[in-house]
Design a protein around this ligand. Structure first.
Ligand SMILES: [Zn+2]
Length: 316
C-alpha cells in the first residue's frame, strides 16, 4: 500500500492509492506556529490513519510520498526552503521514515499534481504532458515519457517564472514580466479591474462578486453577454496564457497541456480560443505532432494521486 500526502499551509491530506483510485482521504490541520518536529510527527500519524482507512495498518505501508510546498531536494527528501513555515533544509523524508520505519519520498506539490494528473487524470492517455495550474500564481509540472522531470536537484520547472514580457510587471520572485503576472487567476482579476476603471460604461460591473469586486469569472461572463470590454480582457488574458504555453510546447513538445485551477472551470470558453491562439504559433505543426490542450480532471486530488505515484515510482 502506498500512502500519498498533500502538505499545505492550513492542512495536510492523505490517502492510499489502490487500483488507480484514492482510498478515503484523511486530514490534519497544519500551522506555521507548530515546530518542524510537531508537523513531521503529525504527518507520520496521518500516514498511518490513511493506511488504516484503507484496511491495513502501519505494517501494510510499502512507501509514503509527500507533495510539499517550497523548494524540495527530492534526492534527499529535504525541504530546502519553505518560507511560510520557516523551514530551511529540514530532513522531512528522513524524519518520517525513522518514525514509520518505511521509505518516504518528497517532491514539490506542483510537481506531484502534474504527475497525478498525467497518470490518473486528463493526461492518462499520453506519456508526455505539462500541467499548468492557474490560481494565485501559475504552478505546473512536466512529465516526460511517463516520468516526472524535476531538473537538477529538483530545482527546475518553475514555469510561472518564465519571462513573457521583458521589463514587465514586478513579480514576487524579484524579477519582472513573469508568466504568472500575466496568466494567473490573480492577473485575470487585475486586468478585469483595470478594464472596469477604464470602461465604467461596460457591462463588467453586472458580473462582479457579491462584495462588488471583480472575480475570475467576471470578464468571461461579460464577454459571453456580448460586452466589448469583457471580450477584450478575455482575449488579452488568452494571448498571455497562450504565449507562455506556446513557449513551453515549442521547447518540450508534449502531447498535451492540461489546464487546472479555478480559471479552468471556464471549460471550452477558455480552451477553444486558447487552442486557436496556440496551434498556429507552434514551430512543428499539430498535423505533424498531434497536440491537445485539455482541462485537468482531478481538481484538488491531483496532488494526492501524484504524491502516492511519486513514491510508487521511486520504489519500483
Ligand atoms: Zn516571477
Amino acid at each position: 500500500m502506498i500512502v500519498g500526502i498533500d502538505l499545505g499551509g492550513m492542512s495536510a491530506k492523505a490517502a492510499c492509492l489502490e487500483n488507480g483510485k484514492l482510498t478515503k482521504i484523511v486530514r490534519v490541520e497544519t500551522s506555521a506556529q507548530a515546530s518542524y518536529a510537531e508537523t513531521a510527527h503529525a504527518l507520520a500519524v496521518l500516514a498511518v490513519r490513511a493506511a488504516q482507512e484503507a484496511g491495513v495498518g502501519r505494517d501494510g505501508i510499502d512507501a509514503v510520498g509527500i507533495g510539499s510546498p517550497g523548494i524540495i531536494d527530492s534526492g534527499t527528501g529535504n525541504v530546502v526552503l519553505w518560507s511560510n513555515f520557516g523551514w530551511e533544509d529540514v530532513p522531512l523524508a528522513q524524519s518520517i521514515a525513522e518514525e514509520l520505519q518505511k521509505p518516504v519520498f518528497v517532491t514539490n506539490d506542483a510537481n506531484a499534481a502534474a504527475l497525478g494528473e498525467a497518470k490518473y487524470g486528463a493526461g492518462k492517455n499520453y506519456r508526455n504532458s505539462i500541467l499548468i495550474t492557474l490560481g494565485t500564481g501559475v504552478g505546473g509540472g512536466i512529465v516526460i515519457e511517463g516520468n516526472l522531470f524535476e531538473g537538477y536537484k529538483s530545482a527546475g520547472t518553475e514555469i510561472g517564472h518564465m519571462i513573457i514580457r521583458q521589463d514587465g510587471e514586478m513579480c514576487t520572485c524579484g524579477r519582472r514580466g513573469c508568466f504568472e503576472r500575466y496568466a494567473s487567476a490573480s492577473a485575470l482579476i487585475r486586468m478585469t479591474e483595470r478594464a472596469m476603471r477604464a470602461h465604467p460604461e461596460s457591462r463588467l460591473k453586472e458580473f462582479v462578486k457579491e462584495d462588488g469586486t471583480a472575480g475570475g469569472k467576471t470578464a468571461f461572463l461579460a464577454a459571453a453577454a456580448g460586452d466589448l470590454a469583457g471580450q477584450d480582457v478575455v482575449a488579452e488574458y488568452i494571448a498571455n496564457l497562450g504565449e507562455g504555453i506556446a513557449n513551453l510546447v515549442n521547447i518540450l513538445r508534449p502531447e498535451a497541456v492540461l489546464i487546472g485551477g479555478g480559471v479552468s472551470n471556464e471549460g471550452e470558453n477558455l480552451l477553444r480560443p486558447l487552442r486557436a491562439y496556440v496551434y498556429p504559433r507552434l514551430y512543428a505543426p499539430v498535423r505533424y505532432a498531434p497536440f491537445e490542450i485539455l482541462r485537468a480532471t482531478l481538481g484538488n486530488d491531483a496532488g494526492l494521486y501524484g504524491a502516492a505515484e511519486y513514491a510508487r515510482s521511486r520504489i519500483l
